[in-house]
Design a protein around this ligand. Structure first.
Ligand SMILES: [Zn+2]
Ligand SMILES: [Zn+2]
Length: 250
């Protein structure tokens, strides 16, 4: 268990630092509003969510410890990513759930630390559902662990404020969610915000008609409208209890 946690931490740090360097080297947006205070909020929420590791540690004990085949791992990555797509879409459709998810969208511009900007209420529901689904399908703990590494990588990658070459971005977006596609999901425009719900694969959005193409050179206002941008850590935690709107009301 200790080795698994250390590996996950090293994996996270390696890609977090890599994307921080890429953001600095080739930023998509050169100037972003109140970067320092937004980063503090994002890191604060991330640290708060870490405290839930104990809860999830208990739940993962439900899972089998067999060594999975590559078939199982591949099926696990596809199915658990599809579950994440469904939950993300549900968190936009349901006005009560969107109260919690709006914390993620309240970032006025996205960058690598936006990957941590989730309310603990959403993390608790979505992660518990993932572990219970893995248990119901008979997946091994190892399958869930590999999925979570892939999911973590894409979460950091697609929130990063770096500019990919358009050809590479277009090529990757056939199968994967890229930063340009995820920026569309953070658009202030209701129609664009309610699209590109995927995290790892873009195929779910394509198949279920929620796909909006995104170009690397495009820039547009991001976040929530109507003065709903929240930048303080405590305000972000309180946001679900002070705003009462669905993403379809915005
Ligand atoms: Zn969303
Ligand atoms: Zn996001």
């Amino acid at each position: 268990m200790k080795d698994v946690m250390s590996f996950r931490l090293l994996f996270f740090l390696a890609f977090f630092i890599l994307f921080l360097i890429l953001q600095k080297w080739s930023p998509h947006r050169r100037k972003t509003p109140q970067l320092r205070s937004r980063r503090l909020t994002n890191l604060g929420l991330g640290a708060f969510n870490l405290s839930l590791v104990v809860v999830f540690g208990q739940l993962t004990q439900l899972l089998s410890t067999h060594t999975p085949s590559w078939m199982e791992v591949t099926a696990g990555v596809f199915l658990l990513d599809f579950l994440a797509y469904c939950f993300h879409r549900l968190f936009h459709l349901n006005s009560f759930l969107f109260r919690f998810h709006s914390v993620h969208h309240s970032d006025a511009s996205i960058e690598v630390t936006s990957a941590f900007r989730f309310h603990f209420g959403e993390v608790l529901v979505a992660n518990s559902a993932r572990i219970l689904c893995a248990w119901a399908l008979g997946f091994s703990y190892v399958t869930l662990f590999i999925f979570e590494l892939v999911f973590l990588f894409f979460n950091l990658f697609e929130h990063s404020n770096f500019q990919l070459p358009q050809k590479l971005s277009g090529f990757l977006s056939f199968l994967w969610i890229t930063p340009a596609l995820h920026r569309k999901h953070h658009s202030i425009l209701h129609k664009e915000m309610n699209s590109n719900f995927g995290t790892v694969f873009s195929i779910w959005d394509r198949l279920l008609r929620t796909y909006t193409p995104g170009g690397e050179s495009e820039d547009f206002p991001m976040g929530l409208s109507k003065g709903q941008q929240e930048r303080g850590f405590l305000k972000a935690l309180a946001l679900p209890f002070s705003s009462w709107r669905s993403s379809t009301d915005l």
